[in-house]
Design a protein around this ligand. Structure first.
Ligand code: SPV
Ligand code: MG
Length: 290
């Protein structure tokens, strides 16, 4: 089954999907190994891995290359974070088919102005485009997709911009009516109250997508019980895990003056060789090298 159909059928069946952020193919392999349903091609993680802000500093081709590289070594539905779509509705008409051809199952496009600023930072620039401008972007995506199962997710940043829940609902409803297959509503409140109030008032069948980074108290079981959420995205936990592990090990090596007492269970060279897909190369060697 292709990845888009897999994701679409899961959403239709009401099986809430879990998506973990990725920033390169190795992190994607680890996400698959851990058993998440989907891969989240995060703009935050990619920009962090280049040590630049998540504010459209990197060109879209860098993100597209990451998606293509990840798709080539994984089979799990891959959801691409397109930020604001790198331009207007016309731009999306050209970009979307390239993402589809790269092997992604779904895209998320958000209703901020280009260039965007990252969502979870305090006092960042959060300026939204008009509702009708964004409806045009969603329609352009839906018209550009070739595979009917491809999933287009509209994301409203109304709550991130400090606007009231009513405004977030109006925007989300407009985007669903414009053809979005799901609506991501983001919040940076430290408690789930705001999101729960939004979900409570959501009365369309279009599934919601949540990113509970700021309100981790709301776990998967709680979100599933709401019966309206199709995907829960863990937005930045791959790059934060990698940073945490590298900091700890680098500090230890400096403190101990060598690599003679790394912790038990530290990743072996053979584990990395396996993650590189060495087995496939050995098969090819055996079959074709003479
Ligand atoms: C990302 O992971 O790039 C996201 C989620 O868009 S967040 O960073 O929380 O906005
Ligand atoms: Mg992002």
């Amino acid at each position: 089954m292709n990845r888009s159909r897999q994701l679409r059928e899961a959403l239709k069946a009401g099986h809430m999907q879990t998506a973990m952020a990725v920033h390169n193919p190795l992190s994607a392999r680890l996400v698959e190994e851990a058993g998440f349903d989907c891969l989240w091609g995060s703009g935050f993680e990619l920009s962090a891995s280049y040590a630049v802000p998540d504010a459209n500093i990197l060109p879209f081709g860098t993100h597209l290359d990451m998606m293509r590289a990840i798709a080539s070594v994984t089979t799990t539905p891959l959801i691409a974070d397109l930020d604001t779509g790198f331009g207007n509705a016309v731009t999306l008409g050209y970009i979307l088919p390239q993402y589809e051809a790269a092997g992604v199952a779904a895209v998320v496009v958000e209703d901020k102005t280009f260039p965007k600023d990252t969502s979870l930072r305090e006092n960042a620039r959060q300026v939204l485009v008009d509702v009708d401008t964004f409806e045009g972007k969603i329609r352009a995506c839906k018209a550009a997709q070739k595979n009917p199962d491809f999933v287009v997710i509209a994301r409203t940043e109304a709550l991130i911009a400090g606007l009231p829940i009513d405004t977030a609902l109006e925007r989300a409803q407009a985007y669903a009516n414009a053809g979005a297959d799901a609506v991501l509503v983001h919040s940076k409140q430290k408690t789930p109250d705001e999101i729960l109030a939004f979900v409570e008032r959501w009365d369309l069948n279009t599934p919601l997508v949540l990113v509970p980074t700021a309100y981790p108290q709301l776990n998967e079981a709680d979100i599933r019980a709401l019966n309206k959420v199709g995907i829960v995205i863990y937005g930045n936990h791959a790059i934060r895990s990698a940073t945490w592990a590298m900091r700890a090990i680098f500090r230890q090596i400096r403190e101990q003056g060598g690599i003679h007492c790394l912790p038990d269970g530290f990743t072996s060279v053979n584990e990395i060789i396996e993650l590189q897909g060495d087995a496939k190369m050995r098969d090819l060697e055996r079959l074709y090298l003479r």
